[in-house]
Design a protein around this ligand. Sequence first.
Ligand SMILES: *Cc1c(COP(=O)(O)O)cnc(C)c1O
Length: 394
Amino acid sequence: MTEYSNAPFDSLFFPLLEELESKHLRRSLRLLETPQGPSVSLAGKNLLNFSSNDYLGLATAPELLASFQDAAATYGVGSGASRLISGTLPPHAELETTLASFKKTEAALAFSCGYATALGTIPAIVQQNDVVILDKLSHACLVDGSRLSGASLRVFPHNDTEKLESHLRWAREKFPSARILVITESVFSMDGDLSPLKEIADIKDRYGAWLMVDEAHGIGVVGKEGRGLVDALDLGERVEIQMGTLGKALGSAGGYIAGSRTLIDWLINRCRSFIFSTSPPPASAAASTAALRLLQSPQGIARVRSLHENLAALSRLCPSRIPAPPPSAILPILLGKEETALAATAKLAEEGFFVPAVRFPTVPKNSARLRLTVTASHSHQHLADLAAALNRIL
Ligand SMILES: *Cc1c(COP(=O)(O)O)cnc(C)c1O
C-alpha cells in the first residue's frame, strides 16, 4: 500500500449517481419484452411504440429473418476472428458488394457497429497537424473519432455554412499543407432536420477539403429507395466518405463506409476498429444484405412510401408541433427542462404511448425534448391516438 490511494470505488460513484438523480439526469435501463414493432411491452406495460429507429419495420421482416437463419445454419453463430485473420466469410463479402452497388460507390466496408465505424475511420484519415471541421450537432461517435485522431478540431454552429466557410478559410491559412476533413450528418439524430449538403459540398470543394457524411438516419428513409440524402442530391461523386449504420432502418446490426476502392483498401490497412475487432456475426451480415435487396424491391419501395405517408399524416394531425412534410422519421418536440420532458414521457406512458425523453448530454442542457419516431408499421389509428394524446398532454 502506498500513502495515497483512490477513494473506495462505490463511495465515489454512488453519490455521483444520486446527484444525477437530483438533476433529473439519471438514466436506467428498462426491459423491452417484445420485438421491435408498433406496439411493445415495456417493463410489463403494453405501449404504442414511438421510440424505435427501425423505421421500415425490417427488424422483424420475414425476408431478413430467413437470411439470418440460413446464414447461421451455414456459417455458425460467431465469426471467430477479425476480418484480416480468418473472419471474412461469404456473407461479409456479399454484404460489401451489395452495399457498394446500393450506394453507387466503387467499394464498401462493413463494421460491427456505426460507433466503431466512425471511431476507426476518422483517425485513419486525419492525424495531428490535420484539421477536422464538424457540425455542432454531430453524433457522439463523430466527435469521439475526431478527438481520437489528434487533428485540430473546429465546430460550426448547426448547419451554419457561413461559419463552416470561415473555419475552412482559417484552416487553409493557418495549416497550408494540412488535410482538412469536414464532417456532418445527412439527417440529424436528435433534431430530425437535414443538412444543406449541396451547399456544404460546394464550399468544401472550393477549399479542396474532404467531406464525410453520416447517413445513420438517412439510409432507408431519404429518397425513393431509401438510398440516403447523398444519392437523392446526386452528390455521390463529391462525398469522399459515406458512412451509415445497418442497425436502424436496415433492421439488422453493423456500420459501413462506402467510397472509392482506395479508401476501402486504406481502411483495411489502417482502421483500428476494423483491424483489431472480431468480425460481425455472418448472420447479421446476411440479414443486412437481405435488407438492401428488399429496399430495391417493390415491397421495399412501398415500405419507404408508407413511412412518408405516416409522417405526413401525423403532421396533419399535429400541425402546430410537426412540420409538413417532416424531412425525416425523427420528430422532436422541444420542451426545455429535463423534468418537463420526463414528466411528458411519464404522462404519455400512463396513456399507453412510449415516446422517449432525450436529455443532456445527448442534447444540450435545457433543450430536453420528446424524440418521437414514426415507422412504416404504424397504422393511421396509432397516429390518430398519439396525436390526440399529444394535444391533450402538452
Ligand atoms: C446511431 C448512430 C450512430 C451509431 O450507429 P450504431 O450502429 O448504432 O453504432 C452513428 N451516427 C449516428 C448519427 C447515429 O444516430
